[in-house]
Ligand binder design. Structure first.
Ligand code: PGA
Length: 253
């Protein structure tokens, strides 16, 4: 039985004061903490330690949005996995489509970042998903398969079960255009089949596959009801406590 995960990716939003206020609002709204659903919040780097302090006596987990492939050293402006671990982080997003698109992150680099995260006992949230032109060309399954092979399939079975996969069709991110539950389920089942082909059914059944792309309070129920959708990676709707809380409740249903 996979525990559903709802993760709020705040992206590059909020001042320090706003980040702490949102954390307080979420914690107040979550009490009593729901059973059967795991909640993670992923603030920008500068707020991680102060958010960590606020959530430390709660079941809410802390996530980061990226990490360096290197552990330490002269890499000005970078933040590494050992640093995140020491700051109280549990999850780290690897290969978000915005990192792929605006920062040229792909293939071998994302495999290195995944390894760096796991080496520091962080749990990678590895993102995959196709741009609109690729879906229109009916090449979305091929592309997602390639993204998984390049970024994850070098891992041994005991490591892949620590990874959370997030399927985020690029055409659905921040656009208000959500994949239909049928489109999400079709791709999630495909991803699980790739995992089963590579690692066997028993391993594939343990890996959580989140959907991301314009998840909101209105569509969360139907998306999370899909057999292979194990929760959501939520962007815009995670910036408003009331809406994020409704999404968390949808995952607990
Ligand atoms: P969105 O972003 O919910 O605003 O579409 C999701 C994501 O990019 O993780």
């Amino acid at each position: 039985m996979r525990t559903k995960l709802v993760a709020g990716n705040w992206k590059m939003n909020k001042t320090a004061a706003e980040a702490l206020q949102l954390t307080d609002e979420l914690l107040n709204g979550l009490r009593p903490f729901p059973a059967g659903v795991e909640v993670a919040i992923m603030p920008p780097f500068p707020y991680l330690m102060s958010v960590a302090e606020k959530i430390k006596t709660t079941p809410v987990k802390l996530g980061a949005q990226n990490c360096s492939e290197h552990p330490w050293g002269a890499y000005t402006g970078e933040v590494s996995a050992p640093m995140l671990k020491s700051a109280g982080v549990t999850y780290v997003i690897i290969g978000h489509s915005e990192r792929r698109q605006y920062f040229g992150e792909e293939g071998a680099l994302l495999a290195q970042k995944t390894d760096a995260a796991l080496a520091s006992q962080l749990l990678p949230v590895f993102c995959c998903g196709e741009p609109l032109v690729v879906r229109e060309d009916n090449r979305h399954f091929d592309l997602v398969k390639m993204q998984l092979e390049e970024g994850l399939f070098h891992l041994p079975p005991e490591a892949i079960t620590k990874v959370v996969i997030a399927y985020e069709p690029v055409w659905a991110i921040g656009t208000g255009k959500t994949a239909t539950p049928a489109q999400a389920q079709e791709m999630h089942a495909f991803i699980r089949r790739q995992l089963a082909d590579k690692y066997g059914n028993q391993v594939a059944e343990q890996v959580r596959i989140l959907y991301g792309g314009s998840v909101n309070a209105a569509n969360a129920n139907s998306l999370f009801a899909c057999a292979d959708v194990d929760g959501g990676l939520v962007g815009g709707a995670s910036l408003k406590a009331a809406e994020f809380l409704q999404i968390v409740r949808a995952a607990g249903n």
